[in-house]
Design a protein around this ligand. Sequence first.
Ligand code: NCD
Length: 305
Amino acid sequence: MRHLMSPLDFSVEELDQLLELASDIEKNPKKYAHACDGKKLATCFYEPSTRTRLSFEAAMLNLGGSVLGFASADSSSAAKGESISDTIRVISCYADICAMRHPKEGAALVASQKSGIPVINAGDGGHQHPTQTLTDLMTIRSLKGRLGNMTIGLCGDLKFGRTVHSLINALIRYENVKFILISPEELRIPSYIRDDVLRANNIEFEEVERLEDAMEKLDVLYMTRVQRERFFNEEDYIRLKDFYILTKEKMELAREDMLVLHPLPRVNEISVEVDDDPRAVYFKQAQYGVYVRMALILTLLEITV
Ligand code: NCD
């Protein structure tokens, strides 16, 4: 039985297969409409979510399966003090596969060790978010036609932004990918990514503070929200929250074919006037999230169509 904790749980070949499957699902949705008849997905979300939880549910419903679950810790027995290990042992009796989001780093991993069904990490604290990475990879691959040979700017809260950590882990395995890490000093990428992932693999990267300095070099700009819920005090959040705002003027500095991605939710970091720019693909990206999650459910349940 396989789980998904980090994008590295799949080899590059397996990732390619999964993205191929997701593209086929996008083109031929009817072919997959009954692939999961009789199967159940449990969504166990101990932290807020719109896209991740609902796109998982839409994915399972599109495959003919059904869904059950909870959307907050206080509506589950966690509020009574139940451990994740006990919860997952019970859910293993009710469902065939589980997507779990939790504020603590490593929570989904703990669950997977006691689970009788595949567990998917749908975000564990400030650590990883592998299904967002699958979504991001599908977006870049579908709209750019490649995953290698590019310069990616990651902008915003690189310290607490789990989507950034997972995306870097995944992209370093493709040829000639360079990173420009754009953040305020206090929100720089953690050393377990800078040293253990980027430096350890001899990946070319630079760290800058000004978005304007990076703009013209980028093939992809990945914007992120300042992760308020991970801050220790509100004052720091207020000081940093509007550090970056992508505007029409800044977009003029970018290449004509640069893509702007954002895992969403957006707060202030992209001005709504940018939404009409054809290079702004974050809503399309949310749509790709359903196809990759359909492909992931099929892969982990070992269902072939
Ligand atoms: C991201 C997350 O939860 O980490 N959202 C998402 O899943 N699309 C990004 C964020 O919350 O800022």
